[in-house]
Design a protein around this ligand. Sequence first.
Ligand SMILES: Cc1ncc(COP(=O)(O)O)c(C=O)c1O
Length: 359
Amino acid sequence: MRIADFKIEEWMNKYEAGAKYDLTTTCISPLSINELPYSDEIFNVKLGYGDITGSSRLKSAINSLYEKEHNITVTHGAIGANQLVFLSLLEKGDEVVSIVPTYQQHYSIPEAIGCSVKLYFLKEENNWLPDLEELDKVITSKTKLLCLNNPNNPTGSVIPDWMLEKIAEIAGQKNVWILSDEVYRGLNLIGKPYSKSIADIYPKGISVGSMSKTYSLPGLRVGWVAGRGDLINEINHQRQYNTISISALDDYFSTVALENRDFIAQRNFKIMNEGIGILKEWLDKTPRVRCILPKGGTTVLLNYGLNIPSREFCKNLQAKTGVALLPGETMEMEGYVRIGFCAENLKTALEILGNYLIR
Ligand SMILES: Cc1ncc(COP(=O)(O)O)c(C=O)c1O
């Protein structure tokens, strides 16, 4: 299967390691094993294949993140979860609508399968939220799947619950599946930390989650799909060729992290709120730049106010200052850069960026 270059991952592989100040990151300071509330039971974890689609203890910890009880299958990160959804649901010729900017999997895998993919662009003037009338026109009765990412990477927008219900209504009228990549769910900065999940409000809603962002454990490589029984069965059918099972250790550590998630949330909201404060202060004093403050997640899109392509801007900035940003072009958003506001040394890095911009 031929597939487009994964632009973000390629950029990060090339530039992230060499950065002195890495603002490309989407993670909130990964936790170490020492910080997790594991017990001696870890030494009795059998290192076999274990429960093939995830242990029942892990699945019940995952289910506690939802309002309803769901069928769940555990995957190799959200990246594995998204891929399995596409492989299980889509065939050549299907119509897919993907709300962008988003994680590139959400349009490049359907394109590689041979689907007809329509991109619906979020607009800054709409606070990076979809316009429901426009979306209603883009989704047709031919559409099989709508893909969205909520909270949104890179814009930091969060679809309000009432709007998600409306999107589900539009999709329901046309019998469309919705895949909602919810890896940043639980990180809302305004109102309740957890938005509603699409799986709780829509029968054809598919929720993808993971340990990587909200729970600061990207190194565990654990994600999941929550959804309707027949879909999860179909995913498990594909999954046999792809995963067998996740590591028994990853299953255990994910379980204890989710069972004790309050302490992770406390720590993470502290980091996020500090980051927002620093970002806000910097935006107030920096001329020419434009940015809508995030409502959730770990990233924002910054319009840097210069007539230079974003790749060139980021390359030059990093070469001259060591500050790494992600070019908007890698997310189909030319003229912008992505800033991870939970990054270490955010204050210093933004000071350097500010000085670079006013040279
Ligand atoms: C929206 C989105 N989906 C999926 C992923 C992949 O996450 P994971 O580490 O769980 O595979 C990322 C990682 O950056 C992401 O931002």
